[in-house]
Design a binder for this molecule. Structure first.
Ligand SMILES: [Zn+2]
Length: 62
């Protein structure tokens, strides 16, 4: 899965705040993500995050 810094991830599972979109702050073995809805930041293992991604919105398109 091609995910880079600046991309928006549309998740299968919503964040508790109600949004399903996460901004990628850092991409690598782990992702650093920021919830677009509430601004909360967290680090999640790439393998776990990729399972929960529905769509990737590339930076250039957003
Ligand atoms: Zn949130």
């Amino acid at each position: 899965m091609d995910i880079a810094k600046g991309d928006i991830l549309v998740m299968k599972k919503q964040h508790p705040c109600g949004t399903d979109r996460m901004l990628v702050l850092r991409s690598g073995i782990d992702f650093k993500l920021r919830c677009v809805g509430c601004g909360r930041e967290f680090i999640t293992p790439r393998s776990k995050a990729e399972k929960n991604v529905k769509t990737v919105i590339k930076e250039a398109e957003s």
